[in-house]
Design a protein around this ligand. Structure first.
Ligand code: GTR
Length: 333
């Protein structure tokens, strides 16, 4: 009888213990939040390093409870346009994209990428991290996205496989690939060239097969996408700066607590300085790589840059509704 009671108690105790262990397991499993971030660039590219830093901060500050996996190289979701759609639908939780594919959803965002709107990188960052940039970051809300932070993408310049571009006139009639954004098509048209919108992944073969004569991008992308191998003339005209943006899925964020959302949002902002540092290093390294690879690089003088600036001025008229905002950006010291 006594023995039976002991056995009974032992069984009951084990059951309770099992239950505790089981429940603890369930609770912690349910408590762990797994999220996915899509990145078009490969591992080690400065935006990808920014994503990794963001994920690291989130993990550390949530004591391992929130785990963001970065999928580089476009392996999650395909090209940028498709990725945006999937973040909107909630199939992907985060994406690091260029601002270009979201301009169609919020026209006011285009002011941040108008040609030659910034005096230099310091000016751009004062705007992006100040009240103007931070207010505009919220406007991606209209696209069912949560704007978390801007990343650096430097300045974009033209490159092509045909000839050395030294003046605006040299661009005349050239077929130039642009990102899928009206602003970029207008910009290329204003310079007398013919814009061909195309997904990032198609540009290399389009250059190789002469479907296009050229494209435009910053130094790290020119090298990383291997475009320098098939379009060796690079003209440093710096016609526009299109910031990168880290976005989240508004749909999926509705499942997260306010505290977790704040943690994520703060981590994104805190990763920016790290990303900017990596960007600056990468710009220099890749400019040198282009030189070492024998690319023909043309640096334009101030007078020629002024000609480029004059040629793109008509674009500003399309944004006259935002004239005050444009003036405010230009006035940021
Ligand atoms: C890069 C940018 C990519 C993509 C690419 C492009 O600078 O980081 O997200 O937009 O340009 O031109 O397609």
């Amino acid at each position: 009888m006594k023995k039976n009671l002991v056995t009974l108690l032992a069984v009951a105790f084990s059951a309770v213990m099992l239950n505790v262990v089981f429940n603890v397991g369930i609770v912690s499993a349910a408590d762990t939040i797994e999220l996915k971030l899509s990145e078009i660039h490969p591992q080690g590219y400065p935006t990808e390093l920014g994503d990794e830093e963001f994920a690291r901060l989130v993990k550390e500050r949530s004591q391992g409870r929130i785990n963001i996996t970065v999928f580089p190289g476009g392996q999650l979701g395909g090209d940028e346009k498709a990725v945006v759609e999937q973040v909107q639908m909630g199939a992907i939780d985060f994406a690091r994209i260029s601002l270009a594919p979201v301009l169609q959803f919020a026209k006011e965002l285009s002011v941040l990428s108008l040609p030659y709107i910034y005096r230099d990188s310091a000016h751009m960052w004062k705007v992006l991290s100040g009240p103007i940039g931070q207010d505009l970051l919220k406007s991606v809300d209209k696209a069912n996205l949560v704007g978390l932070a801007y990343y650096d993408a430097g300045a974009r310049s033209f490159y092509n496989s045909k000839k050395d571009i030294k003046t605006v006139a040299d661009l005349k009639g050239m077929k130039i690939r642009v990102q899928e954004a009206k602003l970029m098509m207008d910009l290329v048209r204003a310079l007398g060239a013919s814009p061909t919108p195309m997904a990032t992944g198609d540009v290399y073969s389009a250059l190789q097969t002469n479907v296009i004569d050229g494209a435009e991008n910053n130094w790290p992308s020119y090298i990383s996408f291997s475009h320098y191998q098939v379009a060796k003339f690079y003209t440093v005209d710096k016609h526009t700066c299109i910031p990168e943006i880290l976005v989240g899925s508004k749909k999926n964020f509705s499942n997260l607590s306010k505290a977790d959302l704040d943690l994520i949002s703060k981590a994104a902002k805190d990763a920016v300085e790290f990303q900017k540092k990596k960007w600056a290093e990468s710009e220099k390294v890749n400019e040198e790589k282009a030189k070492a690879a024998g690319c023909k690089i043309t640096y334009l003088d101030a007078k020629t840059i002024a000609e480029f600036q004059k040629a793109v001025q008509p674009i500003y008229a399309d944004y006259k509704d935002y004239a005050d905002l444009i003036k405010k950006i230009q006035d940021v010291k």
